[in-house]
Design a binder for this molecule. Structure first.
Ligand code: 5GP
Length: 194
């Protein structure tokens, strides 16, 4: 998605060879026009799948997922990283190792909100090693629901998340695929000269 790639180039900040900071438009301050376009693109890609729920993880997945769910005319669920006081034991739980925070979180979704009748589109802001995506897939499976696919805003293609998901048979649609962050520069997969 050209507009997203332009935002990454102009407003992204390469923190290291592995980490990209995009708090100017996605992870802290949110560019709602850009997220709206991102959501519409996910909706276009997955509208034929009969999506009944969009599922993400708080907090950075919420902005793009909200827009996608709105475009699809469906409901958004965000998995919680900390169990809230109002949440009882009626939850699906999975463990997710966080790439950026170097810690394992238990993510939870209420059993009231996912069932075997659901076809779920999983969305996240970044795909790195695939841990967040696999945790969300695990929760969909615990509910005996169907995973329609994964919508990723920014994929770091030099890490093995995509490979893991594709090998397991999942459809992965990433709107920007980063080949490298080396030397403080972002290069995209579709810009590689072959
Ligand atoms: P994974 O679970 O695929 O290893 O990592 C994905 C999760 O880690 C995303 O939910 C995202 O919040 C975070 N993440 C991974 N890489 C980056 C990065 O380069 N920048 C930012 N801002 N978050 C990242």
């Amino acid at each position: 998605m050209e507009r997203l790639k332009q935002a990454i180039r102009e407003r992204g900040n390469v923190l290291s060879d592995e980490v990209l900071k995009v708090d100017t438009f996605l992870n802290h301050q949110v560019d709602v026009n850009l997220m709206s376009a991102v959501g519409e693109e996910f909706a276009r890609l997955f509208k034929a799948e009969g999506i009944t729920k969009v599922l993400t993880i708080e907090s950075s997945g919420i902005a793009p997922s909200f827009m996608a769910a709105s475009s699809l005319g469906t409901t958004l669920i965000f998995a919680r990283k900390k169990k809230s006081l109002t949440m009882n034991e009626n939850v699906f739980v999975s463990k997710v190792y966080s790439f950026t925070k170097r810690e394992t979180n238990e993510i939870t979704v209420s059993k009231d909100f996912l069932s075997k009748n659901d076809t779920v589109l999983i969305i996240d802001d970044f795909l790195a090693n695939g841990q967040a995506a696999l945790g969300l897939i695990d929760i969909v499976h615990q509910a005996s629901a169907k995973v329609a696919g994964l919508g990723i805003v920014i994929e770091k293609s030099f890490q093995d998340g995509r490979k893991q998901l594709v090998e397991k048979g999942y459809r992965v649609e990433s709107l920007a695929r980063i080949h490298s962050l080396e030397n403080g520069r972002v290069t995209f997969v579709d810009e590689l000269v072959t």
